[in-house]
Each structure stands twice: as C-alpha cells, then as structure tokens.
Design a protein around this ligand. Structure first.
Ligand code: NAD
Ligand code: DAU
Length: 351
C-alpha cells in the first residue's frame, strides 16, 4: 500500500519542517498538509516545496469532523502525524477554551475519523501524536523527565496536551488504533512565530525594543533545534513499536537569563553593535502565572532503542536561527503586522 500521510499543523513552525523533511526524503509518499491557517499557520513557511508532485495542502479545521472524513476519503489517508494545536502557554492563560477545542476535541475528531476510516485493517496504519514535555509539569533543580514520569500539567496548554495524549492512548487501548506519542522539549529554529522566547527576543533586539524577562529569568528550559525534532519524528514514525512513547530533547538546559545573554552576544556581533549593548534592553516583568521552574528531558530511550540523537550544537543552531531571521525580514514583517500588535499589547503593555 502506498503511504498517503496526513500531517496536521504542517503550516506551523515544527509542522513545516516535518512536511519539508517528508516531502523531500520520501518522494514515494503522498504528503497531505492539513492546516486551518490560524495566526500561527503560514504557507510562506513552505514556498520551497509547495510545487512538489508528492505534496498537497488542504485548508481544513480539525474541529470539522465532516471535512476530516472527506479528506481521508479523497486522499486515501494511510497514516497521521498530528501536530495541529494551539501551542503558546501565555495565550492559553488568556483564552483557555481555544486550547480545549483544538487540542482536545480536535485530536479526538481526528482519532475518531482515523478509527472509522481504517476499521477494516487497523494494524496497517499509524497515528503519530506529537506532544510536549510540559505534560509532566515542573522539575526542581535536579532530575529528568523520563517516559514513566507521572503527568502533572500546570497550564491550560499543558493540561490540554496531556488530555490529548490520554485520548490517543485510550483510542489505542479501547479501539486498537496503532499509535505512537513523542513528548519533546522546547524547539527553536527558522519559522518560529515571534511570540515564543527566542524569536520574540530576536525580533525585539533587531528593533531595539525591551526584552521582557519573566520573573528573575531563573526558569530553565531544554532547547532542541527544530530540524532535529523533525528527524526524531521521522525516526519514531518509521521505527517505533506500536503504543510506544518517546521523550525527545537536546540534553541542553539553559536558564532563561543565560540564554538571553548568549542571544544578545551573538546578535550584537552579527548586527555590528559593540558587545553587550543590547543587554540594556533586558526588562524584568511580572512572572507568568503557574510558571514551571525547569524542564529537562532524559532522551536515553530514543537514543538507545532507535539511534536518534541531536545533530546540531546549540551555538550552531542559534547562530543559524539568527541568520535566518536577519535574512527573512519580509517574513517577520508579514507575521508581526495585524493581530500580532493586538496580542503584544494585551500580553505585555500592562505587565
Ligand atoms: P504552531 O503554533 O507554530 O503551529 C500550530 C499549527 O497548527 C499552525 O499551523 C496552525 O494553523 C495549526 N492549527 C491550529 N489550530 C488548528 C485547527 N483547529 N485545525 C487545523 N490546524 C490548526 O505550533 P508548533 O510550535 O509548531 O507546535 C506543533 C506541535 O508540536 C504542537 O502540537 C505542540 O504542542 C507540539 N510541541 C511544540 C513544541 C515547541 O517548542 N514549539 C515542543 C514540543 C511539542
Ligand atoms: O517544552 C515544550 C514547550 O515549549 C512546547 O510544548 C510549547 O508549545 C512551547 O511554546 C514551549 O513552551 P514554553 O512556555 O517553555 O516556551 P516560551 O518560549 O513561551 O517560554 C520559554 C521560557 O521563557 C519560559 O520560561 C517563559 C520565558 N519567557 C517567555 C516569553 C514569551 C519570558 O521570560 N519572556 C517572554 O516574553
């Protein structure tokens, strides 16, 4: 059976890198990118591959089950890689219902559609659910998240992702949907929407705008280059046993403030500013409610069982990311016009 893979959220940050990897590496597969094109979805992320003969885009919302059914039929979908989601923690604090609809109900719509469409031969298919390490809640100063860490989500975003993971598992156990789940740490790289820490701060440094560090900047995240995440998805999708879950991370922990200082050093150099000039932009603002202190992934299982490891060092990845933003000012202008300004005001004006 020829593979016809539905990649949801393929116009977003991570999804566009997954789509590109699959379209170029597997010309024998048909890749169907299904995306509602919310504020975070952007077809400009995919202009280099949009005319590939094994690629098709469908503008569909996963909250519309009838349309999902039509897409499964139209393209004889054999597998799903599910990335479509509301993904920003701060937005989930402002508007939790959007996260409940898309991340939970949207995921169940997809599971239900796949279950019905694949019912005659379920085991020939695969549902790969792309999730986050935030489902595990927060770590103290020590330890790592493993695949057996108990779920303990703290934000509406992570609670909605945890719920979606549970539904995927439940559809596997109850109805026999062959699933795999990956839980990844913080991604960074080209095409990242400038609401998340790294692209927001790159954009603000370029424009000499304040850098709003939450609290004291002591929270820690484990950063992974987005293309390494796409490689991990490729590996798990093709090699993992059914019902397996894998943590994906970079063994690359940074306190926010240290990361911001590294970013400033690299950017001042690239912008021809005297070293450290942009440190004057650092502004400490009110902390994020329920702000998880530390995330750190133990990625031993995916490394030992499937042979995946990150391919890019943090300095290389960060430098390439900054270069991408400096070379793609038009992309930045497009995504920061319109509603972005409204969101920015709401999030930061009175913080
Ligand atoms: P993103 O916000 O950049 O992109 C999300 C995409 O989903 C957009 O293209 C958007 O248009 C689409 N979408 C949103 N709602 C939709 C709906 N109702 N129907 C159809 N499409 C819809 O997100 P991202 O950072 O690329 O994250 C992708 C996935 O990876 C998410 O599931 C997220 O939880 C997960 N994840 C993200 C990170 C990270 O660091 N960004 C880390 C681990 C896991
Ligand atoms: O761990 C994986 C998760 O990483 C993904 O599931 C999420 O989709 C993704 O958004 C990301 O969540 P975070 O909340 O960790 O990422 P964010 O870039 O929003 O914030 C990173 C850290 O920086 C966090 O400690 C909050 C802080 N921060 C963030 C912003 C936007 C600031 O200090 N100032 C800011 O303006």
């Amino acid at each position: 059976m020829q593979k016809s893979i539905l990649i949801t959220g393929g116009a977003g940050f991570i999804g566009s890198h997954v789509v590109r990897l699959f379209v170029t590496k597997y010309p024998e597969y048909k890749i169907v990118n299904l995306d509602a094109l919310t504020y975070a979805g952007n077809l400009e992320n995919l202009t280099d591959i949009e005319h590939s003969s094994n690629y098709v885009f469908e503008k569909v919302n996963i909250l519309e089950p009838e349309k999902l059914k039509e897409i499964f039929q139209k393209h004889a979908i054999t597998d799903v890689i599910h990335l479509a989601a509301e993904s920003h923690v701060d937005r989930s604090i402002l508007s939790p219902m959007d996260f409940i609809y898309t991340n939970i109900i949207g995921t169940v719509n997809l599971l239900q559609t796949a279950k019905d469409f694949w019912k005659d031969n379920l085991s020939a298919h695969r549902f790969h659910h792309v999730s986050t390490d935030e489902v595990y809640g927060t770590l103290g100063n020590e330890g790592f998240f493993t695949e057996t860490t108990a779920y303990s989500p703290n934000s509406p975003y992570s609670a909605s992702k945890a719920s979606s993971d549970h539904f995927v598992r439940a559809y596997g156990e109850t109805y026999g949907i062959p699933f795999v789940i990956t839980n990844c740490s913080n991604n960074y790289g080209p095409n990242h929407f400038p609401e998340k820490l790294i692209p927001l701060f790159i954009n603000n440094i370029i424009n000499n705008k304040p850098l709003p560090v939450y609290g004291k900047g002591e929270n820690t995240r484990d950063w992974l280059y987005v293309i390494d995440h796409a490689r991990a998805i490729d590996t798990v999708f093709h090699k993992a046993a059914n019902h397996a879950t894998y943590n994906v991370g970079g063994f690359n922990e940074w306190k926010n403030l240290d990361l911001v200082k590294l970013l400033i050093r690299l950017m001042d150099e690239k912008l021809g500013r005297p070293s450290g000039t942009s440190e004057a932009l650092i502004t400490y603002v009110k902390d994020r409610p329920g702000h998880d202190l530390r995330y750190a992934i133990d990625a031993t299982k995916i490394n030992k069982e499937l042979g995946w490891s990150p391919s890019v060092t943090f300095e290389e990845g960060l430098s390439a990311t900054i270069d991408w933003y400096l070379a793609n000012t038009e992309w930045l202008q497009h995504v920061t016009s319109g509603n972005y300004q409204k969101y920015y005001e709401e999030q930061y004006a009175v913080r």
